[in-house]
Design a protein around this ligand. Structure first.
Ligand code: BTN
Length: 232
């Protein structure tokens, strides 16, 4: 596992995507990013004090597309598991892969594909208390406990959890994920391509990684990446 460290970089995901000599579990860690990328092309505000990193996972041709579709969920539960080892708080898993605590987001995950690698980029709010435009919707470990943490300890803990969860039986991993399901029982609004499909009550995450939602008495399944959900 090679580790590349930067004080400042445009984006750790972009850095790995541009390396021609990528190896499995290459990892890049930065103190800040000038052009951090979020999901749906959003800007990811990357302030000092955050754990900002990306690592590469080489595609194994023996695994199916279905197994790789689970990567965002596996990454999410790995962040939750890693954070729990550092500070045992009441974290929740918000489908598809946000980690929440006290109803606020504490990390963001972006999984991308380049050649035969998946790039897993993670930003965790650790010692920072400035969350940019998401100020009222985000929190950090330090905000909650008043303590300072080693961001590298957190990063290596998360990567170790990822290695563990990625090789685990999916049914076991899914059970873990469901035990932290933030949305379960909540009324959520389903938004597809910017348009509201109505609202319903979120249920479990099912085998294929889809979210079950009860809409007007009928259970419907939604795919990872297909919809955007808004808590009502
Ligand atoms: C989200 O929108 O919630 C996902 C945010 C992902 C941010 C991380 S920070 C490290 C890595 N580098 C990037 O440019 N993005 C990811």
């Amino acid at each position: 596992m090679r580790i590349f460290r930067f004080n400042e970089i445009d984006s750790t995901n972009k850095y790995l995507k541009e390396r021609e000599d990528l190896k499995d579990y290459d990892c890049v860690i930065a103190k800040t990013q000038t052009a951090g990328v979020g999901r749906r092309g959003n800007v990811w505000v990357s302030n000092e004090g955050m754990a900002i990193f990306s690592f590469a996972l080489q595609e194994d041709k023996n695994l199916s597309l279905e197994e790789y579709m689970r990567l965002p969920l596996v990454a999410g539960i790995s962040v939750l598991g890693g954070l729990k080892k550092i500070e045992n708080l009441d974290y929740k898993f918000k489908w598809t892969n946000d980690i929440y605590i006290q109803d606020k987001k504490i990390c963001g995950i972006l999984v991308e594909k380049i050649r035969d690698f998946f790039i897993i980029g993670i930003g965790v709010n650790v010692n920072n208390d400035d969350f940019g435009y998401a100020q009222d919707k985000a929190t950090s470990l330090k905000n909650i406990t008043g303590k300072f943490y080693s961001t590298e300890d957190i990063i290596f803990c998360i990567i170790n959890e990822f290695k563990k969860y990625f090789s685990e039986n999916w049914e076991y991993v899914l059970k873990e994920i469901n035990s932290y399901n933030y949305l379960k029982g909540k009324e959520i609004e389903i938004i597809k391509y910017g348009e509201s499909l109505g609202s319903g009550i979120a249920k479990d995450i099912v085998y294929e990684g889809r979210l079950k939602v009860e809409i007007d008495g009928e259970e419907k399944l939604f795919n990872i990446g297909e919809i955007h959900i808004k808590n009502r």
